[in-house]
Design a protein around this ligand. Sequence first.
Ligand code: ACO
Length: 335
Amino acid sequence: MELFERLTRRAKENPRRIVLPEGTEQRNLEAADLILAEGLAEIILIGSEAEINEKAKDLNLANIHKATIVDPADPAVIDKYAPLFFELRKKKGISMEDARKTTAKVLYLGALMVKAGDADGMVSGAINTTGDVLRAAFQVIKTAPGIDTVSGAFLMILPKDSPYGSDGLMVFADCAVVPDPDAKQLAQIAVCSAKTAKEVAGIDPRVALLTFSTKGSAKHERVDKVIEATALAHEMDPSLQLDGELQADAAMVPVVASLKAPKSDIAGKANVLVFPSLEVGNIAYKLVQRLAGVQAVGPLLQGLAAPVSDLSRGCNAHDIYKTIIMTANQAIHEN
Ligand code: ACO
């Protein structure tokens, strides 16, 4: 079964509550309408009820009435969530007045709804930047137990005849968040990526930590970082199928693996690639997407205490629809 067919079926069987902070925006409304029409999630739209209803009418969206609307201009909403934000950030020296102002910002309100247990996940970023979406998530939802670094993975949907990955899928990370991870952060990225591969892609993860050296072929402090990260990731989860340091060809191509890393259980069959920095990860996924006709889906934020997905500002309604389905699937695993 195709990835999205599988994810859609699961979302429908286990409907989750997804909050859309950019709830008055056209693409968000169109995506919400489709999700509600198909019963794939419960939708919470943040924004003015009058504006949402008027736009829904103009756009002929027949299902928006099924959404819950939360208006950030409603003092009762701010009264409900500002104390939670104040509690979370009081150590940073904020006042209750600051907390009320921040709570009225749609990204923070969405994150606070997730934190309060009133939503299971959040999808945003059609208008707001990645940095703004991430900061709201970091400050409010925070990280999952045992993790202090959030990262961003892409599901790479390979062409049908591709010999790589599993079931036509690979996971690439970090392609979106941590500019220059240290060994501990890289280890966490590896462990979280395995979780994403298992829970969202539905594949049995075989994780390779990549660099420009395979098993001692080059000496450099950046190679040392990847070796250390591999050891730390093993410590974090000894059951993981994971190896490093590997070059990309040794990680993926059996004949190269047999020459460069004959003792590795992962070399030649990796389906999760962990990149040593954001520069490499971000460039790699974009090159593979453009040059190899691979569909890149994401970024899926991993390592948060509850799922949040960041959209590209160039996204269309169908991208948002798919992201809501993926986020709902992440939420199924969190509960
Ligand atoms: N995981 C968890 N928490 C984090 C992380 C992280 N990776 N990074 C920062 N934080 C927390 C900090 O601990 C801090 O928490 P606190 O306020 O409670 O003390 C808070 O977030 C803000 O930290 P700053 O260091 O001030 O973070 P900053 O705002 O400088 O940047 C950001 C964070 C936005 C994620 C930054 O790392 C960034 O811009 N990354 C690149 C994002 C990007 O542009 N990606 C490429 C585009 S996406 C794409 O192409 C798919």
